[in-house]
Design a protein around this ligand. Sequence first.
Ligand code: DX5
Ligand code: ZN
Length: 222
Amino acid sequence: MSNKRILVAPSLLAADPLRFGDDLALAEAAGADMHHVDVMDGHFVPNLTYGLPFVRALKKHCRIPLDVHIMVSNPDAVALDYVEAGADILVFHVEAAVHAHRLIQTIHAKGAKAGIAVNPGTSLSLVEPLVPYVDLINVMSVNPGFGGQSFIPESLERIRAVKKMLEQRRRVDEVYIQVDGGINAETVDSVVDAGANFLVAGTFFYGAPDRKQALQILRGEA
Ligand code: DX5
Ligand code: ZN
């Protein structure tokens, strides 16, 4: 992956479950880079969303890659199933994985990109040892579980700290810094200034009357 350009992945969590097909097609027509798919197990986070059959169906019908964010207590056990189901990028939580390093290797061996996500209240020291191996680091800017929450301003320092880690390991051109939660017209500039180059947007994108314009705003083109 090269991170020269800012990528935007609308989060399906904010789409209308009874119109997923239409919403996915609209996101693709608007020019989204990937679909962000939030898998929640009702245990690692209080909310429950989709599972493997849904991801398989997405893979069959979508024309852009799937960025699958698994908010589950047992990523070591289930992550590869999501890769087989169709995740192009599989993002798991550092708080939940027991063997994060091994998991990254096995995701790569299956041919997918591997990402790690870190909650707002988790020390970035859990991220640091994995910097040489990952393709993406998702700096959560809300507590995971729900869409439509407010951006936590301290996330900016954390994005900067992650960027510094990447610079120290000379991986800043290879690893995406993803930001997830509360991204909209008001918060986007500050996260991009801090170093984020992969934006997840649920409410802002799917709630926008003009989704093409929403993408342009997020990419700084409007
Ligand atoms: C939160 C999810 C996010 C969520 C973002 O647990 O990981 O991907 O969909 O939604 P917004 O953009 O509405 O904050
Ligand atoms: Zn997410």
